[in-house]
Design a protein. Structure first.
Length: 174
């Protein structure tokens, strides 16, 4: 049994979320991306889209009052994407504090978000993974659709991986 119980994020969580997410990116993504890419990511994109909180589709995990994980979903594309609207909901903004990596926080969030997506009437979820998250999502049955780059501005691009998963009813009722 997973001890982590995701709850809906609220506006008052924003400051703590940004701090936790920054720690996560610096600790876990630096093995995959140059410092210039990470710094440009923070200055041009950032980690948190407050619209997800307002939509009621963003979740957090706490440990003794400390935010240790976050993740959500949307049918809208992130502001930095220029493509057309998605054909499936996008899992977005998944971060786990480095001290809590590989302890089930991310899995609890993915399972909670997938159930929410399924209950909203969708049978597929997609995401754009940073390279540091690809193995995690593969372990949760996401398949690679394509490798590409995201233009961060200032002539800096970030390699990412688009992934997808079919959400079967048998998976969502367990």
């Amino acid at each position: 049994m997973n001890r982590w119980k995701p709850r809906l994020a609220i506006a008052q969580d924003e400051q703590a979320l940004r701090a936790m997410q920054a720690q996560c990116v610096h600790a876990l993504a630096e093995a995959y991306y140059a410092c210039e890419i990470i710094e440009t990511y923070f200055s041009h994109i950032g980690t948190l889209d407050p619209a997800l909180i307002a939509d009621g589709t963003y979740f957090v995990v706490e440990d003794e009052g400390r935010l240790v994980g976050s993740g959500g979903w949307s049918v809208r594309r992130p502001h930095y994407e220029q493509a057309a609207e998605p054909t499936a909901p996008l899992l977005r903004g998944f971060f786990v504090h480095p001290d809590y990596a590989r302890r089930g926080v991310g899995s609890a969030l993915v399972e909670r978000v997938e159930r929410a997506v399924f209950r909203a009437g969708h049978d597929e979820a997609r995401l754009t993974a940073m390279l540091s998250g690809v193995a995690f999502y593969r372990a949760h049955d996401y398949t690679v659709l394509r490798h590409r780059t995201v233009d961060l501005g200032d002539s800096v691009v970030m390699p990412v991986v688009d992934m997808a998963k079919r959400l079967g009813e048998h998976r969502m009722t367990a």
